[in-house]
Design a protein around this ligand. Structure first.
Ligand SMILES: Nc1ncnc2c1ncn2[C@@H]1O[C@H](COP(=O)(O)OP(=O)(O)OP(=O)(O)O)[C@@H](O)[C@H]1O
Length: 593
């Protein structure tokens, strides 16, 4: 029976800050489904609460002259039942009982399912095994049969029946919370909390409960809908208190009269259906809103256009300068006037502000600068992998004279083929479920049509070239069976396999042991020279720049403030910011020495 209300729910994001929470409420009200369902539920609650003031009749009051009367009979808007009791008034009086019954189900399901899920997910082991077993046992029980058996034991006690239903439905919460807790438990911030000595209770209270609250809120809406439906069903079967008006009982009474006053059955059926529908829609709206709040969200084309126009207007007021750039025949990739921004409220914050950059064949072009200066945004723009909410506010990215920004398809077409990427974290860029060989072959065949055998042979030769000894064996290994340095070589092999013209490398050695950093840098230099690759190297490390790059662009606050050949820039930095950057780097080197 618990499947009756089970709805697939993805865990919503663990971290919603208070600002995000506020906006989630506003978004819920702005979401048509959310606004509609909240309005319906408020009206229904108001309908029930106003019964003592506005109900034309008391719940048990009879008007025998109008027994079995149809809707719109004077004095009986929805008609009257066999005993002459007013259906409209009884629906009003019955609302509170329904709300209370649904809340009892929810509270019991939460009290049973939430702590059990937290316990099982956080501690795993024996507790998890026992609680999982109990959950499976409860889920296998035939719920309705159990509730009917309860009636024969305890009599017509709907609140007790709803509490039992809460226990039957609790595995929904248990399973959901357990799954979220298991994923949160392996997060680094939970390890960090353990390391600083926080007790398990505080970790659960501060981090884990925070993570499960969104999925629990969403699931609660579906549980309430289930509660309303089950209460209606039990009352319809005559298992509620006959002295209390209840929607299900009213439905049953009007159903008994279906041949005399068929229209009267509509009203209790409608209020039950509307309530359940509103709760389910609310659950769906909550899911949209809470998951949206946590994920990067694409802007609508209209809002995108408005924001780009506003940014252009603001820019006219604060014109910025860019560093002059020479021209050269062997330029492969040419970025001109690139501007990238992100929406903030009703405006846009520009994080790349009119960047010009040329990379020549065989050149390694370093992009350095403080954290947040926009280096990665340039790399991601070149690869077409900016977050969905990012706005390209202007400029062009020309690959051999063809603007990639003009056509998303074109950008997608060159990515992985003519422009390849070497990422920062080699291990997290390899899928743990597939062997190195399977991943490399799949990637290469996606970029260049060829037979699997041909791809394999090419990759084995390339693995050897990037310094992997025994490449045949490595092709058969899974990512966890190789070291970080080997993983980065594998990714470099994957990047060059499709014979690209440009490589974008984002901090390619940061995650590596110092002993292998030099080897990987040397490999990149050799490959660039050997294959005439144009390379953009994003890095914080001026030592890497000095070792590897031919040209350097120094970035600050979204702009390139200085650009020069690497030797000249290191020998005579012109801009105060570059001088400060070099001085800081030397201070760090001295401290390390
Ligand atoms: N999804 C996003 N939404 C809003 N702002 C963002 C987003 N992604 C990046 N930014 C902002 O863009 C700016 C530039 O970020 P970027 O990652 O390019 O910096 P960076 O120079 O590569 O820094 P680091 O070296 O630390 O990686 C930062 O101020 C950052 O906060």
């Amino acid at each position: 029976m618990s499947d009756f209300i089970a709805a697939p729910i993805e865990a919503a994001a663990p971290q919603l800050r208070s600002g995000a929470r506020r906006s989630a409420w506003i978004r819920l009200l702005m979401n048509p489904l959310g606004a509609f369902s909240i309005a319906i539920l408020l009206l229904i609650i108001l309908f029930g609460l106003s019964a003592p003031l506005f109900a034309p009749w008391q719940p048990g009051e009879t008007d025998l002259l109008n027994a079995n009367s149809g809707p719109f009979t004077p004095g009986h808007l929805f008609g009257a039942d066999q005993s002459g009791r007013d259906i409209f008034s009884r629906l009003m009086w019955g609302t509170n009982g329904t709300v209370i019954a649904a809340l009892i189900t929810l509270v019991v399901a939460l009290v049973v399912g939430l702590p059990a899920g937290l316990l099982a997910g956080f501690y795993r082991g024996r507790a998890d095994m026992i609680l999982n077993f109990l959950s499976d046992v409860i889920m296998s029980l035939p719920g309705i049969v159990l509730l009917i058996a309860l009636y024969s034991l305890a009599g017509p006690n709907i609140n007790l029946a709803m509490a039992v239903f809460g226990v039957i439905i609790a595995p929904n919460f248990f399973r959901l919370v357990r799954a979220v807790v298991i994923s949160v438990r392996s997060e680094l911030y939970v390890d960090a909390a353990k390391v600083v000595g926080l007790s398990d209770l505080r970790i659960v209270g501060r981090h884990v409960l925070w993570a499960v609250r969104a999925p629990v809120v969403i699931q609660s809406s579906f549980i309430l809908a289930g509660g309303v439906g089950i209460q209606g069903g039990l009352d319809f079967l005559g298992m509620g208190d006959p002295a209390q008006p209840a929607w299900g009982r009213i439905l049953q009474q009007t159903f008994n009269n279906i041949y005399t006053t068929p229209a009267a059955v509509l009203f209790p059926a409608l209020i039950l259906t509307l309530t359940i529908l509103a709760l389910i829609l609310l659950g769906n709206a909550l899911r949209d809103v809470l998951q949206e709040t946590s994920r990067s969200k694409a802007l609508s084309p209209r809002r995108r256009r408005a924001l780009i126009a506003k940014a252009a207007q603001d820019r006219e007021e604060t014109a910025t300068e860019s560093v002059a750039i020479g021209s050269s025949d062997d330029v492969v990739l040419s970025i001109r006037g690139l501007r990238v921004g992100y929406p903030t409220g009703d405006g846009v914050v520009e994080v790349v502000r009119g960047v010009d950059l040329d990379v020549r064949r065989g050149e390694i072009h370093g992009l350095v600068g403080e954290s947040g200066s926009g280096k990665s945004q340039i790399a991601f723009s070149t690869l077409g992998i900016l977050p969905r909410e990012a706005l390209i506010l202007g400029g062009s990215i020309l690959l051999e004279g063809v603007d990639l920004l003009e056509d998303k398809k074109r950008l997608r077409g060159v990515r992985g083929r003519r422009i390849a990427y070497v990422p920062q974290e080699p291990m997290s860029n390899l899928d743990p479920s597939f062997t190195i060989g399977a991943q490399l072959v799949y990637g290469l065949r996606a970029a260049r049509p060829m037979s699997a055998k041909e791809a394999r042979e090419r990759l084995v030769a390339l693995l050897e070239r990037v310094g992997i000894t025994d490449p045949e064996r490595v092709m058969r290994l899974y990512p966890h069976e190789i070291s970080g340095g080997m993983a980065q070589r594998v990714l470099i092999c994957g990047a060059i396999a499709s014979d690209p013209d440009v490589i974008v490398a984002d901090e390619p050695t940061t995650a590596l042991d110092v002993t292998v950093q030099a080897d990987v840098l040397e490999l990149l230099r050799e490959l660039s020279a050997e294959r005439g690759l144009a390379m953009i190297l994003v890095t914080h490390n001026l030592g890497v720049v000095a070792d590897l790059c031919d040209t350097v662009s120094v970035m600050k606050s979204g702009q390139i403030v200085e650009r020069n050949d690497v030797d000249e820039l290191f020998a005579a930095p012109k801009q105060p910011y570059t001088q400060e950057l070099l001085a800081s780097s030397r201070r760090v080197e001295l401290m390390e020495a």
